[in-house]
Design a binder for this molecule. Structure first.
Ligand code: HEM
Length: 458
């Protein structure tokens, strides 16, 4: 019998394993590396790998984790061939926010739910989302200021929220959009909470209250969508069926949609922020991407045109490498196991590290350099290892929104570069904070010029 299965109320208490045999620092077991990891996760990782090797123990956020470094560990854990790594138990700390979401399910239960969700990501449905996005992105970008400095990071967050209200939920009523967005922002903020219990007056406490408020809104929306239908994402989840023609219960729809919104929002805004950061400081790259877009037929971006955007795609891929939205992830070991000669007892929490792997100089030479040509067929640095480049994860839990996000990113970049020329002052080059998702600490000040005016401006 499989040791993996979703635990409906997460009641299984895993043993707290003895990990003294795993190399790692001895001091401060509770605080451990929390502060250095929160401030500099990549530096802390390289430092510990240099001291202890590819398997080491680290205490962060009040728990002791075993970090499995390198691309082989990504392959081993993501592909989970022995079916012993549980996503639900590994990510238990986030259960108050995301329980019931796809990433918080395991094995057969996960597979059954994922198959239903797949219906909302079929090509004809994605084509329709693109159509919805094109118009809305154009409308929202027309509101952006030109000829003066603006902070791109908060602006793209706001735009993505408003776009999500339309494409994900089909909402029109501004009061409803504002209420849902406000609750959503509280819920996202809770993902970076240092205190992981939903106590009153804490970030996590506010996040859990926000989840409750969102659930109430989603329940009302289900009733409306079941009555009248719609072509937005939420409507697709309401009608999604398994092979036996069964749809999800209202509670399942709510849980899945709640997780999906978070999974989609932060990652896409992060990727777009990193792309704009790169384009703003490299005029040649910016003009080359614009030239590629100029070869597309005039008018809204069509589904068939997406594939023609080769350079845009490589810039996107490089942005996902350089500032990957999900640099670390966790699993729990559900049966005694071995990895690289180390015993991992049942109950061990492991961390795998796609972000640091993508910044390894042996895989991607000069990893700090933003270089979209890494992915050209003659260099193919991403092909050195199956998991050299894995911003979308892998195995059963590989990102289900991979194509959706690519469409959204390309739709935005096409509308944006058709409209604006983009510049950034040297003194505004940002520092980045990497977790929970990468963000430029100064908000990324840039200036946009309308294209016709851009010819005369700088
Ligand atoms: C640039 C954008 C995105 C990135 C980099 C990204 C990254 C990831 C990663 C790394 C995972 C696996 C996490 C793990 O195994 O621990 C994941 C899972 C997931 N993502 Fe994304 N994501 C993106 C956009 C989206 C979008 C737009 C959606 C939805 C529309 C989405 C929905 C999901 C869902 C539902 C899962 C869980 C899949 C499962 O457990 O089977 N993601 N994503």
């Amino acid at each position: 019998m499989s040791v993996l299965k979703t635990d409906p109320v997460l009641s299984t208490r895993l043993p707290r394993p003895h990990l003294g045999h795993i190399p790692g620092p001895r001091k401060f077991p509770f605080i451990g590396k929390t502060i250095s990891f929160a401030l500099d996760p990549y530096g802390t990782y390289s430092d510990q790998v240099a001291r202890f090797g590819d398997v080491f123990r680290m205490s962060v956020f009040g728990e002791t984790w075993v970090v499995l470094a390198g691309p082989d560990a990504l392959e081993h854990v993501y592909l989970n061939r022995d079916n012993i790594f549980s996503a639900q138990h590994g990510l238990k700390a986030f259960a108050p926010l995301f329980s019931g979401g796809l990433l918080h399910r395991d094995d057969l239960d996960h597979r059954a739910h994922r198959r239903v969700m797949q219906a909302a990501f079929r090509a004809p449905v994605l084509e329709n989302y693109l159509h919805l996005m094109n118009g809305e992105i154009a409308r929202l970008l027309d509101e952006w200021p030109t000829g003066e400095k603006m902070k791109f990071a908060p602006a793209i967050k706001e735009l993505t929220l408003r776009l999500g209200a339309k494409v994900f939920m089909g909402l029109e009523d501004p009061a409803e959009v504002a209420r849902i967005n406000a609750a959503f922002v509280q819920e996202v903020a809770a993902t970076s909470a240092l205190i992981r219990k939903p106590l009153p007056f804490t970030k996590m406490g506010r996040g859990v209250a926000a989840r409750k408020s969102l659930s109430d809104d989603f329940r009302r929306l289900i009733a409306r969508r079941k009555a009248t239908g719609g072509n937005d994402f939420f409507s697709q989840l309401c009608i999604a069926q398994n092979e036996d023609g069964q749809t999800w219960s209202d509670n399942d729809i709510i849980d899945h949609f709640n997780f999906l919104l978070i999974a989609a929002h932060d990652a896409v805004t992060g990727a777009l922020t990193a792309m704009i950061w790169a384009l703003a400081q490299d005029d040649h790259l910016q003009e080359s991407v614009r030239a590629e877009i100029a070869h597309l037929p005039v008018g809204p971006l069509s589904y068939g045109d997406l594939e023609k955007l080769d350079l845009t795609n490589r810039v996107y891929r490089e942005a996902l490498r350089r500032f990957t939205p999900s640099a670390f992830t966790a699993r729990a070991v559900m049966a005694d196991a071995q990895w690289q000669g180390h015993h991992l007892p049942r109950g061990t929490k492991v961390v795998i590290c796609p972000g640091p792997v993508m910044m390894t100089p042996e895989i991607f030479p000069h990893p700090d350099r933003f270089d979209p040509d890494r992915y050209t067929p003659d260099r193919a640095e991403d092909r050195v290892h199956k998991f050299a480049w894995s911003p979308f994860g892998g195995g059963a839990h590989k990102c289900i929104g991979l194509h959706f996000s690519t469409i959204q990113v390309k739709a935005f970049i096409v509308e944006f570069l058709r409209r604006f020329k983009l510049g950034m002052e040297g003194s505004d080059r940002p520092n980045w904070r990497h977790i929970p998702t990468p963000i430029p600490t100064n908000g990324l000040p840039v200036t946009l010029w309308r294209r016709q005016a851009a010819q005369q401006t700088p």
